[in-house]
Design a protein around this ligand. Sequence first.
Ligand SMILES: Nc1ncnc2c1ncn2[C@@H]1O[C@H](COP(=O)(O)OP(=O)(O)OP(=O)(O)O)[C@@H](O)[C@H]1O
Length: 252
Amino acid sequence: MIALENVTKRYGAQTVVDDVSVRFGEEGVTALIGPNGAGKSTLFGLVGRLVRPDAGRVTVDGTDVERTPSNELAKVLAVLRQDNHVAARLTVHDLVEFGRFPHSRGRLTVHDREHIERAITYLDLEAYRNRFLDELSGGQRQRAFIAMVLAQDTEYVLLDEPLNNLDLRHMTEIMRLVRTMADELGKRVVTVLHDINFAATWSDRIVAMRDGRVVADASAREIMRPEVLAAVYDTTVDVREIDGRPVALYYG
Ligand SMILES: Nc1ncnc2c1ncn2[C@@H]1O[C@H](COP(=O)(O)OP(=O)(O)OP(=O)(O)O)[C@@H](O)[C@H]1O
């Protein structure tokens, strides 16, 4: 279980995460939604210990992340960040291998290699395995980073906008993969999504943030209501029922 208890983070006078208490880990897939600047990435940073809270506590499986050695944390928690600063002159294979580092410490076992191969296959990257990251399209690069996270093989997986740069087919395939990670591999995935229809279709629970606070936390069906979405995004969103499922229309 990932638990945030009364967590606050400020940058100067601005409170970007404001007394947030929330838990992740019961559901297979949780979507984290909310407008730009709501504090979603900062929340992930706090869990991954890249950002230190000004108040409150973050625990993973009962242990305060502040007191967990980095290597131990990396065995249970993987975070795909939005801004991955990794050397461009790294091949796809090198990057995915890098995901195994918390387990292998640089000495790959047969088991580590299996994880690397599985991740490359799952992300449809076989053809690009030996390409450098700067020789890939944005979507191919995004898939390589997701493969790195998958190879890390952690119980908790935090994905910050994994659908960035992806085309229709790959968006759907990544969400299907996220479901597989939860349903077949037993992982607990929390993913930031800007497309609420993807969030509603593929997640078990939606947590909505706005202005540093959690403003809604419920099932997709409860969140996919015009009044709830308007309160989260401050804009009009129409919701229609198509084939028994709520679909939000927000294309203006
Ligand atoms: N290092 C920083 N220094 C100062 N302000 C920051 C820093 N990091 C984030 N912020 C501010 O904190 C607020 C929350 O940012 P955050 O990236 O967590 O939002 P977000 O919900 O992930 O947004 P987006 O959907 O645009 O990615 C924003 O107003 C942002 O400008």
